[in-house]
Write a protein that binds this ligand. Structure first.
Ligand code: UD1
Length: 418
């Protein structure tokens, strides 16, 4: 297992190309299974979650080919089969293939995704969506078994909360159902809007993207399509913190200001300057960060996927910062590791209080999940001495060339392959 060795203290300065969004890519790769016509995706990030999803659709018989332009997926001749637990357990998003397979074959058997390090993360809403569209859904021996032999039928679906994944499942299933589907309380995340754009290019008719009400006309006539995915707002937000925490300056090339409004607002409250540049967004840190008060919320609120990174930064701000996590329980696994680096953080249920301003000191730490691990990288950039981060594969799931991009901005970071 690889390690990252980071020696803190360098101010970062440079430009970072922001890759395509992992969380937009995953549902789009799954959506390719809906159509017998080819789909070309031209901005897939080179991260292991995306590789994993491409492998999964390959196991169903989709042909994946790559050239300089992008990745072409041909799902004309896919076969109904069951992919085993070992293949899907690594990634919760593998549940996203359920709806397209059910739509295509009238039946699907997909392993329940494995336990997840950030809480229970049930898939009940995905299953309710498919049941509302007329499928019989059961859990048998660790597998989700869905049956809709007579096809799916359009319906009015009211989600119990704006789940990103359940909205994506509903959208994909509804494009193949007979008649119209109305999805209420839908998620408004840019990745959902981008899935709508991709499905629309493939021939679907969907209204209301970016609002809580989506209207889908079913029985899509599929056509060959090409789609360029949005930039990764979480990667952009992470490098914004890298600039801010080191008092440096980073240009986030390709980043979209409008996807990160709540994040930039929080940065500005901490004394960081953010402005639109020619090629994206420029973030300029400050010597004296101010404490912050953050509550995670569905989009356009502050994203849970950037909570850990901001907590690392709050440990540098003089005074007490407050974090309330409302999306996932148990999303504070970075806290004990940040404490090992010298951070002063008190946890009380979904609330964390960070008393910042004390110097951080390098130590060996353990990556636990994707966003938790990157918060350790950020803290290590300002910790005195050397920090060794183990289990780097968590970072490789969602960050393309993290060590290289940071090194190009002046970080002292080394990847040790073991
Ligand atoms: C997606 C993102 C993830 C991000 C999250 C919230 C992908 C691949 N991942 O995850 O990075 O942190 O959105 O922005 O896009 N829930 C249920 N039952 C369900 C589904 C969800 O109770 O069937 C709950 C979850 O436990 C959680 C909340 O709904 O408390 C929101 O989860 P959801 O929006 O579905 O997250 P994901 O789509 O899994």
């Amino acid at each position: 297992m690889d390690q990252l060795r980071i020696t803190g203290g360098n101010r970062l300065d440079g430009a970072v190309p922001i890759a395509g969004a992992k969380n937009a890519a995953l549902p789009q790769i799954a959506a390719s299974l809906l159509s017998p016509e080819p789909l070309e995706l031209t901005n897939l990030p080179k991260v292991s979650d995306v590789e994993n999803m491409l492998n999964i659709i390959g196991l169903y018989g989709a042909e994946v080919s790559r050239d300089m332009r992008g990745t072409r997926i041909d799902a004309a001749d896919i076969v109904a089969r069951t992919v085993d637990y070992d293949t899907v357990r690594k990634m919760r998003a593998s549940i996203l293939v359920l709806a397209p397979l059910l739509a295509r074959f009238g039946a699907a058997r997909v392993s329940l995704p494995g336990g997840c390090a950030i809480g229970a993360r049930p898939v009940d809403m995905h299953l309710k969506v498919l049941a509302a569209l007329g499928a019989e859904v059961a859990i048998e021996g660790g597998y989700i078994v869905a049956d809709a032999k007579a096809g799916l039928s359009g319906a009015r679906i009211v989600l119990s909360g704006p789940s990103v994944g359940a909205t994506e499942t509903a959208l994909m299933a509804a494009t193949a159902a007979r008649g119209e589907t109305e999805i209420l309380n839908a998620a408004r995340e840019p990745e959902v809007v981008d899935l709508v754009a991709c499905l629309t290019a493939m021939g679907a008719q969907i209204e209301g993207a970016g609002t809580h009400r989506l209207l889908v006309q079913g029985a899509t006539t599929w056509r060959a399509a090409s789609h360029h995915g949005i930039p990764d707002r979480v990667e952009a937000g992470t490098y914004a913190v890298a600039a801010a925490i080191t008092g440096g300056r980073i240009e986030l090339v390709n980043a979209r200001m409008e996807h990160l409004a709540s994040v930039f607002q929080a940065l500005e409250a901490m004394g960081v300057t953010v402005w639109p540049g020619d090629r994206g967004v420029v973030v300029n840190g400050t010597e004296r960060l101010r404490p912050v008060d953050i509550t995670t919320e569905p989009y356009p609120g502050f994203p849970t996927d950037l909570q850990a990174q901001f907590m690392a930064m709050a440990s540098r701000a003089e005074g007490a910062s407050l974090f309330r996590e409302t999306i996932f329980e148990n999303r504070f696994m970075h806290v004990p590791e940040l404490i090992r680096l010298g951070a002063d953080i008190a946890l009380n249920g979904p609330v964390a209080v960070v008393r910042g301003g004390k110097p951080l000191k390098g130590a060996p730490v353990m990556a636990t999940d994707l966003r938790a691990s990157v918060s350790l990288v950020l803290a290590a950039l300002v910790a005195e001495g050397e920090t060794v981060i183990n289990r780097v594969y968590h970072l490789d799931r969602g960050y393309e060339q993290l060590d290289r991009k940071l090194a190009q901005c002046g970080a002292q970071i080394e990847r040790i392959s073991q």
